[in-house]
Design a protein around this ligand. Sequence first.
Ligand SMILES: Nc1nc2c(c(=O)[nH]1)N[C@H]1C(S)=C(S)[C@@H](COP(=O)(O)OP(=O)(O)OC[C@H]3O[C@@H](n4cnc5c(=O)[nH]c(N)nc54)[C@H](O)[C@@H]3O)O[C@H]1N2
Ligand SMILES: Nc1nc2c(c(=O)[nH]1)N[C@H]1C(S)=C(S)[C@@H](COP(=O)(O)OP(=O)(O)OC[C@H]3O[C@@H](n4cnc5c(=O)[nH]c(N)nc54)[C@H](O)[C@@H]3O)O[C@H]1N2
Ligand code: SF4
Ligand SMILES: [Mo]
Length: 715
Amino acid sequence: MPSSPDLSLDRMSKGKIPGKESGIEVRKTICSICNPLSHCGIDSYVRHGVVIKVEGTKENPHNEGTICSKGAASRQYIYHPDRIRTALIKKGDRDSGQFEPISWEEALDIIANRLLGIKVETGPESVAFYAGYPKWMRPFLKRLAHSFGSPNYCSESSTCSAGALMASKLNYGVAGRPEIEKSRCLLVWSTNPFYSNTSPARKLLEVVERGVRIIEVGPLITPLTAHAHIHLRIRPGTSGALALGMAHVIIEEGLFDKDFVRDWTVGFEEYRVYVREFPSHVTEQITGVSAALIKEAARLYATTKPAGMLNGPNATVHHTNGIQNHRALTALIGLTGNFDTEGGNYVNPPSYLYVPNGVVTRQHQFEQSRPWEEMPPRIGQDLYPAWCQLIPEAQAIHLPSQIRTRSPYPVRAILAFGMNHRMWPGSDSMREGLKMLDFLVDVDLFMTDTARLADLVLPACSSFERSELKFYPEQYAIWTSPVIEPLGDSRPDIDIILDLAARLAPDDLLLQKGYEDCMDWILGPAHLKVADLKRYPGGYELKDIRMPPYRKYEKSGFSTPSGKMEFTSLILKQAGLDPLPRYQEPRLSPRSAPDLAREFPLILTTGARLPMYVHSRTFRVPWLRSLHPDPTVDINPVDAEERGISPGDWVALSTSRASIRVRANLTEIVPPGTINIYHGYPGADVNQLIEPDYVDPISGYPGFKSLLCEVRKTT
Ligand SMILES: Nc1nc2c(c(=O)[nH]1)N[C@H]1C(S)=C(S)[C@@H](COP(=O)(O)OP(=O)(O)OC[C@H]3O[C@@H](n4cnc5c(=O)[nH]c(N)nc54)[C@H](O)[C@@H]3O)O[C@H]1N2
Ligand SMILES: Nc1nc2c(c(=O)[nH]1)N[C@H]1C(S)=C(S)[C@@H](COP(=O)(O)OP(=O)(O)OC[C@H]3O[C@@H](n4cnc5c(=O)[nH]c(N)nc54)[C@H](O)[C@@H]3O)O[C@H]1N2
Ligand code: SF4
Ligand SMILES: [Mo]
């Protein structure tokens, strides 16, 4: 006879079974450890105000109950001993690393006094407002900056997705994303969602099973490579040449969309003449991909309809030729007639915080509380005018340079939310720049190496301890409520911003109304209200949302200066730059710098994502660190053998600027001649090896993914 289940309190508690008896409650929230296109729904099991277990939310259509290793380690993340629990003020000089606790009121008053003082002395533009990779507070921070009078809201987007967006805007005025589930061919150009964005990766596997033809571009072997029909294994930094070579095949063989090109583009003749410089045998020499494969891929992409192009946020723009690279490859979308079509690259602008789902909000109007014309020029505007024309932020990569030169005006203070100086090329130079500021505030969950440099450090709380709106592309929304109290005196970033707004921008009456009123204002056009969303703690299915139609340009033209897709960009021409998507070698490559390449013969690509790490965030989480304890470089066995390097050996990875000590991971994932390393390892920061001015001249984007290096065995 089966025994009846043992429902004793002890068993239920140990089994973490929710219920009145065990005192365990399941509360819904989201994980925000990685990127906003993931942000999985989380069921938190809470007892006595403590999260004792997490699971993925089954009814959340985005993650459907799944979570990754990082989400599974959430408890180690939110209860980590490095969490800052009180506001802190520096004792001694910038470098002392010594702090003492201070009350919130005192801290906020000191910040307001200093920033208002600097505003009077050298103007509001001397204060920069910065958001690192955390995104949820950005609309509020940006509005605060503008209401304060500073044009200098900037963010990690100066190295992330804004470069690719800028390149697309130069071509089309907007960017389109592939409708993966409707495409018959997918050109996956340098992205690895299996590590970087797991929910969409599941969708990719579904289309693979349906037999969609996949062409993958990228120097590394990824989990997708096994499913790809063609892998174009380019030399890092040569995407532009490959795209021009594919365009050459498509045009010469008459496979392009002649109607679209005739009616909706400018500059085609110049482009057609230019791509003749890229016959397949020449493209092979530049990219390392065989002429036969280039032709096969070009034909497959151009003749399978509809075809979508899936780009990563930045692997194509992290180069000193990045913007033109990305222009060249996105030009293929229009050339083949796949722009804003069903199953092609559909234009569906983000609704809120980078997620497109058809809902119309006033995020942009909320952020831009003062027009640009009423504010001084932004940081980087003199050097990167096209960036400032197309991306509504300052160029953060230029911060250390402007802090140092004080030209065209001084930047004296930064109010930062989640700043990590290791994000910058020449990260040591950014660190030195921060030390030169008159005043630095950093708001973070953890006492980081960057926070240690600040005059004041304010404790933020995690997504488990705050309320936020999350939209999902599956037309689903959730307004979360805190599942636990904020740890110690930590607070949600937006509460901190609003308290500062009361002091720094009292005339901004909307900000003074508080968080939920601001969100209601943002959601106004969608007829959604926070009070209504709150009634659905597990999430809310957005109903009757009308998606934008296809081929919107047929009605309203393209939002480029010419009103058409621009093979030759008028914005670039006006900025004195090359209007064609012209290919140039990366500034440091074996072809462009042969002398240097004798000493540093290997190509360095940095930052390809690892599943267990997110930039600087998760190295400190024990479960995750145990999956990949030491900093490693990927090196092909051929290159390792030439250098007498065995698996696991400690090696020196060097560029002409500096050297770091890491362990060798011998792997075929990298082709011979290429070295790959994750960025931001504590104690082995690859960004020290990169010059601060190793940037794309059009966007200011760092050349993180193509430069020269050498690897030598060390002890
Ligand atoms: N686990 C985890 N997930 C993350 C992040 C993380 O740190 N960890 N970061 C998040 C962020 S901020 C971002 S921006 C995304 C990035 O997301 P992805 O773009 O998907 O990630 P990557 O792994 O950087 O790049 C994908 C591919 O780019 C190719 N690549 C490398 N060098 C070059 C090159 O020189 N040229 C070309 N054309 N391709 C190259 C490689 O083949 C690599 O597989 O991931 C997000 N998700
Ligand atoms: N060499 C190289 N460098 C790169 C890249 C590369 O591929 N190669 N990739 C670039 C890219 S795409 C990106 S996006 C950047 C990464 O951008 P970073 O800004 O360096 O990213 P993180 O380290 O994830 O986050 C920064 C800080 O935010 C804190 N934080 C986390 N959540 C919150 C929160 O809710 N509130 C607050 N106030 N703080 C929080 C974290 O603790 C951390 O200290 O790195 C760039 N740098
Ligand atoms: S870290 Fe993992 S669980 Fe968290 S949002 Fe990203 S993919 Fe989801
Ligand atoms: Mo990023």
